[in-house]
Design a protein around this ligand. Structure first.
Ligand SMILES: Nc1nc2c(ncn2[C@@H]2O[C@H](COP(=O)(O)OP(=O)(O)OP(=O)(O)O)[C@@H](O)[C@H]2O)c(=O)[nH]1
Ligand SMILES: [Mg+2]
Length: 299
């Protein structure tokens, strides 16, 4: 399994140098603060947060407080708190709908989540409601076979909402604990496709009132701040309850995550750190910030 610390190397390299020289001098002069601001912006940290951080660092310095601890506090606060996801406590069946733009990592994430559920001794069912292209459903079916997990797969060109309905139906009939429904990638700007998501939700709800209990947008960390713009559009069409961030291992713009809570008002629940089934980890704000700031014990 990939680690947080190695996954965040590229983002960390963007600004850890500036932070390190600042922290080691213990005294923020205007030049090093400017340099720090530039680095943070390059790593896609949102502007208001950068300004807040600089203000706090200046105040901390005048109070002779440690700068590193101050930066950690501000950044962890920006990420906010959430109750960690607990597979053991889910009502049965719990349905999770995954949405996002093309190639963001939805199908891989669906498989990783199923794997995680299995590790927690839950029985998952994967619903392949990506009927848009043959490879979409096939890819999820391959994962299901590999994981030894139940799956309901739609025919190519079929109705995504009908597959989602059948997935709920099968999960109830088979006594599955959790249903994870993968959807086709769609551009956040294409309204008819965005409306299709509502049909998928309605179908799930029809078979199992209350479903989907969770709708998570899967965001590609390589896109940085652009991923948040897309997520906002998804949020407007279908209320999101969480974010899963993928490809943190390849991104140099993971700083955008620091603004997600503020902009979307939903928690970041999981992070993808690689392509294998076990490369999904619960998102932990303090581990993330420690890895960004190059604090020793980040694992
Ligand atoms: N390095 C890395 N690669 C990932 C991660 N998550 C997904 N990928 C890769 O990203 C590519 C796209 O992933 P998919 O899961 O197919 O993305 P998708 O959102 O289902 O794509 P569409 O169905 O076409 O919209 C694949 O090559 C995955 O292996 C991750 O966390 N890290
Ligand atoms: Mg897919």
């Amino acid at each position: 399994m990939a680690s947080w610390f190695s996954s965040l190397r590229k983002t960390r390299e963007r600004f850890a140098g500036a932070l390190q020289s600042l922290f080691s001098s213990g005294r923020p002069d205007p030049e090093s603060l400017d340099e720090l601001a530039d680095m943070l912006i390059m790593a896609d940290v949102p502007m208001p947060l950068v300004q807040n951080l600089l203000r706090e660092l200046e105040q901390a310095a005048s109070r002779k407080e440690p700068l590193l601890a101050t930066a950690q506090r501000i950044l962890v606060n920006a990420l906010g708190q959430h109750t960690p996801w607990n597979w053991a406590e889910l009502p049965k069946p719990t349905a999770i709908l995954l949405v996002g733009i093309n190639g963001s990592g939805k199908t891989t994430t669906a498989a990783k989540l199923a794997h995680m559920a299995q590790q927690a001794h839950r029985r998952p069912l994967l619903g392949a409601a990506d009927t848009f292209r043959a490879a979409g459903s096939h890819q999820l079916k391959l994962w299901a076979d590999r994981l030894g997990c139940d799956a309901v797969v739609g025919a190519t060109g079929g109705d995504a909402a009908a597959v989602a309905y059948d997935a709920m139906d099968a999960a109830i009939a088979r006594g599955c604990d959790v249903v994870i429904v993968d959807t086709a990638g769609r551009m956040h700007t294409k309204e008819p496709l965005m409306r299709e998501l509502q049909k998928v939700r309605d179908a799930m709800n029809k078979r199992s009132p209350g479903a989907p209990q969770h709708t998570w947008v899967v965001l590609d960390a390589m896109l940085g701040q652009n991923a948040v713009i897309q997520a906002r559009q998804f949020h407007a069409m279908t209320p999101l309850t969480g974010v899963v961030v993928t490809k943190l291992d390849g991104s140099s713009k993971a700083g955008f995550l620091l603004g997600v809570r503020q902009e979307l008002q939903v928690p970041i629940l999981f992070a993808g750190l690689g392509e294998s089934a076990d490369d999904l980890v619960p998102f932990d704000a303090s581990t993330f910030v420690r890895a960004l700031l190059d604090v020793e014990d980040a694992s």
